[in-house]
Ligand binder design. Structure first.
Ligand code: SF4
Length: 370
């Protein structure tokens, strides 16, 4: 099947929930929020989900309300060919206003579609962990009630349901995380990695992954500082997420990295992306470099007279003042970027900046389990 989304690490998006609220710096230029801003008028899909000014016009900010989109809940059951599906690109499935019952139904649909791989990404891993660690028998009973009450209206779903009741479709993993569900956390810097990844690692999942997009700072996955979630209170505690194993499998199974795009995008230093690439390669973890984002980095090529971009272009250093729109960002933090590590960013747009990291495309995926 052809791709139905511009997000390169998935094939389709599925949005049974709309609406959200900001959590951290990674949300500052939220793409979903900008879409909601444009389509929040009367009768439009995001009506009631954004803050309004005195004249009733959208301020371009989520208001924390969410909508459960029943009309799209069963979409994956209608898609026959296997595909990767990003769940809730326009929301966060574990937002505080998404109820457990809504989550039950969404995960029941995933369990009923073993042909697909579902990618769930959150900035609220505590809620995700608590949802999955609550009594699985309760969850299964709620899901069964809903399946019996809803899906039997159609012959196809009746057939699925009958197979499941006869025990002929054990792949329908209700009550537990199904093998086709990959759970991930978004992180943007070391602080959010420290806070969110340990919670992800405590959550049962067939594959656990991180999306470091927009990447706003360096991250060391081998030295996560446990802080408040430290089970050994009073002792400094670090966690190496890359070497950790759970039931013999790697605890972390995939890493996506990307720079920010769109108006207001912030540049990503190439060393931040290189470091995550190198950490993942050393640990044998699939690495996906999605994009540079709106800003393309240039670094000295050998000496300081000539500079090279990530698209392979060479430029005389005297040409830099010619960059239009004042879009040059010079890194001056000497503690991070000493000597030749200096980097200049040019605003060229996401498409032109591309997705080559030091001349190489990194588009690796975790293996699909059956
Ligand atoms: S959690 Fe995701 S959808 Fe929600 S505001 Fe942040 S970036 Fe946007």
């Amino acid at each position: 099947m052809g791709k139905e989304t511009g997000i390169s690490w998935t094939d389709s998006t599925w949005n049974p929930i709309r609406g959200c609220s900001r959590v951290s710096e990674g949300c500052r230029n939220c793409y979903a929020e900008s879409v909601a801003h444009r389509f929040s008028g009367p009768g439009l899909p995001y009506e009631g989900l954004v803050q309004l000014d005195a004249e009733g016009k959208s301020k371009g900010l989520w208001n924390g309300q969410i909508k459960f989109v029943e009309d799209h809940l069963l979409d994956p059951l209608k898609w026959k060919a296997p595909r990767r599906i990003f769940v809730n690109s326009m929301s966060d499935l574990f937002h505080e206003n998404v109820t457990d019952e809504m989550c039950d139904r969404i995960f029941a649909v995933m369990a009923l579609c073993p042909q697909h791989t579902f990618q769930v990404l959150t900035k609220r891993p505590e809620r995700m962990k608590n949802y999955w660690l609550k009594d699985p028998n309760d969850r299964r009973a709620r899901q069964l009630r809903w399946i019996h009450g809803t899906l039997s209206v159609d012959a196809y779903y009746r057939k699925l349901d009958a197979r499941w009741q006869a025990g002929e479709a054990p792949e329908f993993d209700l009550g537990i995380i199904a093998q086709n569900v990959h759970l991930g956390v978004s992180v943007e810097d070391q602080k959010t990695a420290d806070e969110r990844i340990p919670l992800l690692l405590e959550t049962p999942a067939a594959v656990r992954f991180i999306s470091a997009e927009p990447l706003l700072g360096a991250i060391d996955l081998t030295r996560l500082q446990l802080g408040d979630v430290n089970p050994y209170a009073g002792h400094a505690c670090e966690l190496d997420a890359l070497s950790m194993r759970i039931n013999g499998e790697r605890a972390l199974g995939w890493a996506i990295v990307g720079g920010e795009s769109g108006p207001g995008a912030r540049p990503m230093h190439p060393d931040w992306a290189r470091s995550l690439r190198d950490q993942c390669k050393a640990a044998g973890i699939p690495f996906f470099f999605k994009q540079w984002g709106g800003w393309m980095p240039w670094q000295p090529d050998g000496g300081f007279s000539e500079w090279k971009s990530q698209t392979g272009k060479l430029m005389d250093r005297h040409a830099f003042p010619d960059f239009k729109d004042g879009g040059v960002c010079q890194w001056t933090d000497a503690s991070l970027y000493e000597g030749e590590d200096i980097c200049v960013h040019q605003r060229v747009g996401t498409k032109a900046a591309g997705c080559l990291l030091d001349g190489v495309e990194h588009h690796e995926f975790p293996a699909v389990r059956s």
